[in-house]
Structure formats: structure tokens, C-alpha cells
Design a protein around this ligand. Structure first.
Ligand SMILES: *[C@@H]1O[C@H](CO)[C@@H](O)[C@H](O)[C@H]1NC(C)=O
Ligand SMILES: *[C@@H]1O[C@H](CO)[C@@H](O)[C@H](O)[C@H]1NC(C)=O
Ligand SMILES: *[C@@H]1O[C@H](CO)[C@@H](O)[C@H](O)[C@H]1NC(C)=O
Length: 341
């Protein structure tokens, strides 16, 4: 009884609050030429808000983001574009909390050999997508599992290169079962590689589909699924750190997991072209380098993200390569690693 009483009071409160707020929201809406733009965005992305108050708060954030995008567009001279996307009602802080939760490992990392250290020549460009080693773009959703998506993309790559079979593999298995990582609360690609090697393999996306994007939870590991080994690896290696040429040696041979600083609004709203920053080097996101090329004299990395196809260039970002800082753009050369097979 007590529960239903509280429930009723809350409901009544919400109703009254909603009516009260309707007046102020409609005044703001009438006055603001951006409100119809916001309404269009809401219907385009199927956004649902719990209350009018929340909608009004989201509109303020949307306006700020809209102004950032317009001022970036008007600045000119950039090799990339920004635009409204599904993140347009999130502040940059909220965006980071949800989608860029990777943390650089403190303390010393394992020292590994780097088998691509002494290559004498590599191709001037490579794109593992056209070579058939990259599965379609996936979406981590509202879960800090970028590390799992990054690791899986690299495993899918080396598996295709060694076996000829492109198999979409399971991030959920890593989120649920890799106890060396923390599921939706973060992890490391190289821990994931190590876990997969020790587990004897990883199962398919179909067998162990991804659900944490909507549930934001880790689930009990299904050991029946974990004993299915659709793809195997033997271990992992780190790329020589702070060296884009070492990274190129590795990417010339297979897709490589990289950690980056994805914290700027420019990254949040990137919609195409060669990204040049601004961004720092505090690594907060994991992605996968699947190639490199040159456009009009500017070298760039082809990077697979896990934020769905509506972000960036159908889910990808081209990031400027061979910049003066040895950390690479957004720190991409600081912590690259790849699975061995
Ligand atoms: C690369 O060359 C260095 C210097 O000659 C050597 O110490 C190292 O073992 C070589 N690495 C590989 C993977 O061949
Ligand atoms: C674990 O996976 C197997 C095989 O897909 C399935 O039959 C079983 O119901 C799953 N167990 C749980 C607890 O979900
Ligand atoms: C690259 O150069 C071509 C020819 O000069 C030009 O048409 C094109 O707009 C340039 N592309 C970019 C992205 O700068």
C-alpha cells in the first residue's frame, strides 16, 4: 500500500510540474528560431524525453552545440566538417562520461617484442576495408566498452588475414567474461587479447550478441558460449610507442587497436574529412586503425569507431597522420597494440 501511495503522489507531482512548465517552455519555444530545428532533430533521432523540463534543459544544450557547430563551420580553413548528430543534446562532459571512458593504464605495461620493427618497405597506402578484413560498423551504445570493440575489430582483422574468413566476433563475451577488464566500466584491448588467447578463442557476434549498449550492464558470463571458439589468437604485442612510423609498419600488416583522446567537441560532432584536432593526449577512448592514405598531400589514418554509422564518415574518422608531435594526433601513437596469430 505504501508503495502505491508514493507512486500516486509522484505521478501527481509530475503531472502538476509538467503543466506548470508547459507555459514557460512554450514561451521559450515561440521566441526561439532554433526550437523547430531541435524538434526536427528529435524526430530524426527518435529522441524521447521524460518531461518537458528535461526537454527544455536539452534544448539549451542543443543550442550550445548548434552554436559550436556553426562557429566551427564559419571559421573556415579546416580539412574536416562538423555537424549535428545523435550526440547533439549532450554536453561534452556527459558525452565523455558515456562514450569516452577509457583510462590509460597507470604503472608499467608488459614489454613485448614488436615483430614489425624492422620492415624495409611498406605500401604508401592501405585500406583493410577494401581488402575484406573489416566487419561493418558496430555501436557500443551507452556502455564504456570501447576497449572490447577495439579489440574485437583487431581480432576480426588478423583472423581474416590469416584464414580468409571475415567473421563478426562477440564484444559481449568480453564484456561479460573477461574478468581482467571491467565490462561497461572500462578495460584494455591488450588485456582482452590476452584473455582471448588464454580462453582458446572467441565466439561469434551471432552466438553471443551485444546487448550492453541498451542495458548498460554486464551479465553473468555464459560459459557455454565462451567455449565456442570461432576465431583464435596466440597473444598480443605493443607497437613501439610514440612512433607513427612504427604504427604504420603494424597497420600495413593488420588492423591495430589504438587509444585516443576523443574529448573535444570537434570530435563529438566530427562529420567528415581529415580530422586535425583540437584534441589532447589524455587517452579516453579506444578505436581501431584499419588503414592509412594521403589526400592532397595530407597523410591520414583510417580509423574504425564504435558509435554507429550515423557518426563521422559512416562510422569512420580519418585522422591526420605524421604530425610533428610523436604522440600522434589525439595521442594515437601512445598505446597501440595488436593480436598475434
Ligand atoms: C630489429 O633490429 C634490431 C636492431 O638490429 C634488433 O635488435 C631487433 O631484434 C630487430 N627486431 C626484429 C623484430 O626483427
Ligand atoms: C548459454 O548459452 C547457451 C548456448 O547459446 C544457451 O543454450 C543457454 O541458454 C545460455 N545460458 C544462459 C544462462 O543464458
Ligand atoms: C583536393 O584537391 C582537389 C584538386 O586540387 C580539390 O578539388 C579538392 O577539393 C581537394 N580536396 C580536399 C579535401 O581538400
Amino acid at each position: 500500500m505504501a508503495f502505491s501511495y508514493r507512486c500516486f503522489v509522484t505521478l501527481l507531482f509530475v503531472l502538476l510540474f509538467g503543466v506548470f512548465n508547459r507555459a514557460s517552455i512554450s514561451i521559450a519555444a515561440v521566441d526561439d528560431p532554433l526550437f523547430p530545428v531541435f524538434e526536427n532533430w528529435i524526430s530524426e533521432y527518435g529522441q524521447v524525453y521524460g518531461s518537458l523540463t528535461e526537454k527544455l534543459q536539452r534544448f539549451q544544450i542543443f543550442k550550445n552545440n548548434f552554436q559550436f557547430i556553426e562557429s566551427t563551420k564559419n571559421r573556415g580553413g579546416l580539412t574536416y566538417t562538423v555537424g549535428l548528430n545523435k550526440f547533439a543534446d549532450l554536453t561534452n562532459e556527459e558525452f565523455l562520461q558515456r562514450y569516452a571512458t577509457y583510462k590509460t593504464r597507470s604503472g608499467s605495461k608488459a614489454s613485448t617484442p614488436f615483430m614489425y620493427a624492422n620492415l624495409t618497405s611498406i605500401p604508401t597506402s592501405i585500406d583493410w576495408r577494401t581488402l575484406g578484413a573489416v566487419t561493418p560498423i558496430k555501436d557500443q551504445g551507452n556502455c564504456g566498452s570501447c576497449w572490447a570493440f577495439s579489440a574485437v575489430a583487431s581480432i576480426e582483422g588478423i583472423n581474416q588475414i590469416k584464414t580468409g574468413n571475415l567473421i563478426s566476433l562477440s564484444e559481449q563475451e568480453l564484456v561479460d567474461c573477461d574478468s581482467t577488464c571491467k565490462g561497461c566500466s572500462g578495460g584494455y584491448e591488450y588485456y582482452a587479447f590476452d584473455w582471448v588467447a588464454k580462453n582458446g578463442g572467441i565466439t561469434t557476434e551471432t552466438n553471443y550478441p551485444y546487448i550492453s549498449g541498451t542495458t548498460k550492464g554486464n551479465f553473468k558470463c555464459n560459459t557455454t558460449k565462451t567455449s565456442d571458439h570461432a576465431a583464435t589468437i596466440t597473444g598480443y604485442q605493443f607497437v613501439t610507442t610514440y612512433s607513427e612510423s612504427a604504427l604504420a609498419n603494424a597497420v600495413a600488416n593488420q588492423p591495430v587497436s589504438i587509444a585516443i583522446d576523443a574529448s573535444g567537441s570537434a570530435f563529438q560532432f566530427y562529420s567528415g574529412g581529415i580530422f586535425t584536432g583540437p584534441c589532447g593526449t589524455t587517452l579516453d577512448h579506444a578505436v581501431t586503425a584499419v588503414g592509412y592514405d594521403t589526400l592532397n598531400g595530407t597523410n591520414y589514418w583510417i580509423v574504425k569507431n564504435s558509435w554507429g554509422t550515423s557518426w563521422g564518415e559512416s562510422g569512420y574518422i580519418r585522422m591526420q597522420k605524421d604530425i610533428s608531435s610523436t604522440a600522434g594526433l589525439c595521442g594515437l601513437a601512445i598505446e597501440p597494440s595488436y593480436p598475434t596469430k
